[in-house]
Design a protein around this ligand. Structure first.
Ligand code: ADP
Ligand code: GLC
Length: 485
């Protein structure tokens, strides 16, 4: 079969710029596609935080290119850390005026312009290369205007005659809503008839919602989330629009890059282990407890949590149950994350109240995230909604039992363990309240007290395969169907 030409555009990509799972997907899926011989070119803003001192080169014929947006002319230079002819070529858009800031996301007044620019620059780079992608793969609101721009602002260019657009929703909670006073700056002044009337009347324009109108196909990162977002409960005001496009909305669970997330090879871990021999897991646990200053040798389980601390993650559901568990049982808790102050304050208080049992590190730390996955017995993800979630899949591979709420990708990747049959990979609860969490924690501790059952659940989890080999193939099939290839 003919190799595909895929243009990937996103606001995050590990290891260069990451706040969450989008970065992991943006790193791994294009890499998988490139490894399959497809011609994949990715576009990411060159944020101030990206260190270009090693291995980066300027694309000589793409230096200081002008791009007009909203009556202003910005200049950008294309930079890459790949070699010409590689199946995967990562490009970075160097436009200091817009991206030369430390943060990926800013509250600055030109936030809309920054990402509108990303979309246009990606299209113009393809023009500059004379390269017609089969599919422009857009991700989240930051790239939401690309399908509209492609069709209406660059519709004259026959290069893109056959190009299709796929918009993947990683998180409906972030919609990129901006005041209509910015329409001119986004080159949408003359396009009011192409935008949602109701929104315009309300004085706003939504990047994501506009993408829903013009992308050839929509996808999201699990089948359950694809269903959920068509309901008022999870649709965040966009369920009607999504229902209208239900025939063009698919769900594909994310994959895991096991080259980075496998306890047998993980470069962040002091001890390696596998399903056949879990000794290293116990050693990692000892190491983790010592490093975090917690009491060694708990008679019950060690719980871990790594998360952006936002409302999405359902952390408030843990407030009372965790406190009770720490007071009443011989458990440990290691939490890593940063975000909203109410959650940070809660975990800081918890660590203060139980200094020998609970530890909280406020911040972002790659190594600690891996150590927690390896050293904990169970991993907490009580999300109110979760498009896919990667940490529960990492947990499965690390023999760390995921305790999850039955929503989105969590529902699709973790099955409730049934002691009667020995089937299942974790603890799954349904309701968004403290009692449901209490039940889940108690059930997990009960199973932990039955070593055979626990071992079985751990082994079941470690045997799951969510590799990009499997999930990436689904995207390939999707691209082919879209591009008619
Ligand atoms: P989301 O994208 O909603 O944040 P995911 O579960 O898909 O949720 O992905 C989260 C990713 O970000 C994982 O790779 C996780 O390990 C990482 N992560 C989140 N918070 C931190 C943190 N404080 N330190 C290190 N890694 C983190
Ligand atoms: C989002 C979602 C998360 C998903 C990630 C990657 O940030 O919150 O569930 O795993 O994107 O698709």
């Amino acid at each position: 079969m003919e190799p595909l030409k895929i243009c990937w555009v996103s606001s995050e990509m590990a290891p260069y710029a990451k706040t969450g799972g989008l970065a992991d997907v943006a790193e791994a899926l294009p890499a998988y596609l490139g490894s399959q011989g497809h011609d994949v070119r990715t576009f990411l803003p060159l944020y101030g935080r990206i260190d270009t001192s090693q291995g980066f080169t300027v694309v000589e014929w793409m230096v200081d290119r002008p791009l007009r947006l909203g009556g202003r002319t910005f200049h950008y230079t294309l930079v890459t850390d790949s070699a010409p002819g590689d199946h995967l070529q990562r490009f970075f858009i160097h436009c200091p005026a817009l991206f030369g800031r430390e943060a990926i996301y800013t509250g600055d007044s030109d936030e809309a312009i920054r990402f509108a620019f990303l979309a246009k620059a990606a299209i113009e780079c393809c023009q500059g290369m004379g390269w017609a992608p089969d599919v422009f793969h857009c991700n989240d609101w930051h790239t939401g205007l690309l399908p509209l721009y492609l069709r209406h602002h660059y519709g004259w260019d026959r290069l893109f005659e056959r190009s299709k657009t796929l918009l993947t929703i990683h998180n409906l909670g972030y919609q990129g809503m901006f005041p209509t006073s910015q329409l001119g700056a986004l080159d949408l002044q003359g396009c009011a008839h192409l935008l949602y009337r109701d929104d315009l009347d309300a004085g706003v324009v939504g990047f994501l919602k506009t993408g829903f109108l013009y992308a050839d196909l929509l996808s999201t990162v699990s089948r359950t989330y694809a269903r959920e977002i068509q309901t008022p409960e999870y649709g965040m005001g966009l369920d009607g629009v999504l229902r209208a496009r239900a025939d063009h909305l698919v769900g594909i669970v994310n994959g895991v890059d096991y080259a980075l997330w496998d306890p047998a090879t993980d470069r962040h871990l002091p001890y390696h282990y596998s399903a056949e021999d879990l000794t290293g897991k116990l050693e990692n646990q000892r190491y983790l407890l010592q490093a975090t200053g917690l009491d060694a040798e708990p008679s019950e389980a060690v719980f871990g949590l790594v998360s952006r601390l936002t409302a999405q993650k359902g952390l408030d559901l843990l407030f009372e149950p965790l406190q009770e568990m720490l007071a009443g049982r011989d458990v440990r808790l290691v939490v890593l994350g940063s975000g909203e102050s109410r959650y940070e304050a809660y975990f800081a208080r918890l660590a203060q109240a139980f200094p020998r049992k609970a530890f909280f590190y406020r911040g972002y730390n790659e190594r600690l995230a891996h150590l927690i996955e390896a050293g904990a017995d169970a991993f907490l993800m009580p999300s109110r909604y979760e498009p896919c979630g990667l940490n529960q899949m990492y947990s499965l591979r690390y023999g760390t039992v995921p305790i999850v709420r039955k929503t989105g990708g969590l529902a699709d990747t973790v099955q409730l363990f049934d002691p009667a049959t020995g089937e299942g990979t974790g603890v799954v609860f349904e309701h968004q309240n403290a009692d449901a969490v209490r039940w889940a924690l108690t059930f997990a501790l009960r199973l932990f007290g039955e070593p055979e059952a626990w071992r079985r659940m751990v082994t079941n989890g470690m045997a799951q395969d969510y590799s990009w080999q499997v999930q990436g193939a689904r995207y390939e099939a999707l691209y082919r169907a879209m591009a008619n290839l």
